[in-house]
Design a binder for this molecule. Structure first.
Ligand code: UD1
Ligand code: UDP
Length: 387
C-alpha cells in the first residue's frame, strides 16, 4: 500500500478533529489539549452531533469547543440515513475548512465518514485507535466493518497496542505509517482522576457492581436477557448495581421493563466523565459491553466481565483482568457470583495493569504529526526538514 503524500508547511498546522459520539470526545480530548498547547498546531473540532446530549455533556465538561456542529442525530437513527447525512455534511465542512490534516478516532460511522470526506478532498487522515479487529466482520456491528474500511484511507495509523499494530501490518499497511502510542483514553482517565472532581454514584458499602450496556448487536432479546441476569445478581442483599443508562431508546426499551424499580439497581442518566471515572474507581466489579470501559478498568485493577461474544481488545483478557463471558444470562450470573464469593478468584483478576497505555498517547500522536507535517517538534528535532 503506497503512502498518501504529505505536504510540508511553514505556518501552523490546521488540524480538524472530527467527532460525533461520547467516546470520540473522551478519546480526542487529550489530542486537542496537546495540540492546543503546541506552537505548531491550530486545531479545530468538527462535531457531527451523531450523539446529542451524551456528546454535549462531554464537550462541555472537558471544555472542548467545536467550530461546527452538523446536528445529524435523529431519534432511533438508521445506519444508512446517518451515513448519508454525515458524508454530505462532512464533505462540505472539510471542503470549506481545507485543513492540513483530518483526525478521526475509532470505528463509529462519524469516523468512517470523516475519513471518507477527507479522502475525497485530498486531505491526509490520522486515525487514532487504529488496528483494532475482532476478525468477525459482523461483530461488533457495524464497527468491525467501519474500522476496516477506514484503514486504506489513512496516512497515520496510531495503534494503541503492539497487537493492533500487528493487525495492520498483517493487512499490508506499510510499517512506517504505523505508530504504537497507547490509547488516549488512558491519558484522559489519568488526567480526570488527578483532578479529583468526580463523585461516585454508589450509595451503599455493599459489593459495588458497575454496568454499562449499549451495543447494537446486543439490543433486543439479548439485552433483555442480560437485564434478567442483572436482576438475579441484585437479588443478593450484599450487592449494589449502578447502571448509567445510554440515551439510546433501544437500550432503554430492553432494560427498563426488567430493572426499573429494583431497589438494588440504581439506574442513572449518563454520568459525566469525572463522575464516571470516580464511580469506576469506587467499584468492585464491572460488567460491560463498552469498548472504552474495557480499556479503563484494567488501569484501576477492576475485574471486568465483557458481555460480548468477541472482543477487539484481547490485551485485557490476556492480562487476566477481563473475562469474555458472552451474553447468556446463566453464564453471566455464574461468572459474577464466582467473583463476588471467591476471594482468591477475585484477587487474581483485581490486578492493576496497563495494557492500553501509559497516559502519553496524545503526546506521541502530536509529536509525530508535527514532525511529518511541519518537519519539527518542540524539542527542535527535524528543524532542517522544513522546505
Ligand atoms: C454509537 C456508535 C458506536 C459507539 C457508541 C458509543 C455507530 C454506528 N455506533 O452507537 O460505535 O460505541 O455510539 O456510545 O457509529 N441518542 C440520544 N442522545 C444521545 C445519543 C444517542 O437520544 O446523546 C439516541 C438516538 O435516538 C439515536 C440512538 O440513541 O438515534 C442511537 O445512537 P447512534 O449514535 O446511532 O448509535 P449508538 O448505539 O449510540
Ligand atoms: N462513560 C461516561 N459516562 C457514562 C458511561 C460511560 O463518561 O455514564 C465513558 C466511559 O468512561 C468510556 C466511554 O464513556 O470512556 C465509553 O463510551 P461508550 O460505552 O458509549 O462507547 P464505546 O467505548 O463502547 O464505543
Amino acid at each position: 500500500m503506497s503512502a498518501i503524500p504529505i505536504p510540508r508547511r511553514r505556518g501552523r498546522i490546521r488540524a480538524a478533529l472530527i467527532l460525533g459520539t461520547r467516546p470520540e470526545a473522551i478519546k480526542l480530548a487529550p489530542v486537542l489539549r496537546a495540540m492546543s498547547a503546541s506552537p505548531f498546531f491550530e486545531p479545530a473540532v468538527i462535531s457531527t452531533g451523531q450523539h446529542r446530549e451524551m456528546l454535549d455533556q462531554m464537550l462541555q465538561r472537558l471544555q472542548m469547543d467545536s467550530s461546527r456542529d452538523l446536528a445529524v442525530m435523529r431519534e432511533r437513527q438508521q445506519l444508512s440515513g446517518l451515513t448519508a447525512r454525515l458524508i454530505s455534511g462532512l464533505g462540505e465542512a472539510v471542503r470549506a475548512d481545507a485543513p492540513d490534516v483530518v483526525v478521526v478516532q475509532g470505528d463509529t460511522t462519524t469516523a468512517l465518514m470523516g475519513a471518507l470526506a477527507a479522502f475525497y478532498e485530498g486531505v491526509p487522515v490520522a486515525h487514532v485507535e487504529a488496528g483494532l479487529r475482532t476478525g468477525v466482520i459482523g461483530n461488533p456491528f457495524p464497527e468491525e466493518l467501519n474500522r476496516r474500511l477506514v484503514a486504506p484511507m489513512v496516512r497515520w495509523h496510531f495503534a494503541p497496542t503492539e497487537g493492533s499494530a500487528a493487525n495492520l501490518r498483517g493487512e499490508g499497511v506499510e510499517p512506517g505509517q504505523i505508530q504504537v502510542t497507547g490509547n488516549t483514553v488512558i491519558d484522559n482517565l489519568l488526567w480526570v482522576l488527578g483532578r479529583r472532581e468526580g463523585r461516585a454514584a454508589f450509595t451503599t458499602s455493599h459489593r459495588r457492581v458497575l454496568v454499562t450496556l449499549h451495543r447494537r448487536e446486543n439490543q433486543g432479546d439479548t439485552m433483555q436477557g442480560i437485564a434478567k441476569a442483572l436482576g438475579e445478581l441484585a437479588a443478593r442483599p450484599d450487592v449494589e448495581i449502578v447502571l448509567p443508562l445510554h440515551k439510546s431508546p433501544a437500550v432503554r426499551d430492553a432494560l427498563l421493563p426488567v430493572l426499573d424499580g429494583n431497589p438494588r439497581v440504581r439506574l442513572v442518566e449518563p454520568l459525566d466523565y469525572f463522575d464516571f471515572a470516580a464511580t469506576l474507581d469506587a467499584s468492585d466489579l464491572v460488567l460491560t459491553d463498552s469498548g472504552g470501559v474495557q480499556e479503563e478498568a484494567p488501569t484501576l485493577g477492576k475485574p471486568v466481565l465483557v458481555l460480548r461474544t468477541t472482543t477487539e481488545r484481547p490485551e485485557a483478557v490476556d492480562a487476566g483482568v477481563a473475562l469474555l463471558v458472552g451474553t447468556e444470562p446463566g453464564e453471566i450470573v455464574t461468572a459474577a457470583t464466582r467473583l463476588l464469593d471467591d476471594r482468591v478468584a477475585y484477587e487474581r483478576m483485581a490486578t492493576a495493569v496497563n495494557p492500553f497505555g501509559d497516559g502519553r498517547a496524545a503526546e506521541r500522536i502530536v509529536r509525530r504529526l508535527a514532525l511529518d507535517l511541519a518537519g519539527r517538534t518542540e524539542s527542535g528535532e527535524g528543524d532542517l526538514a522544513v522546505a
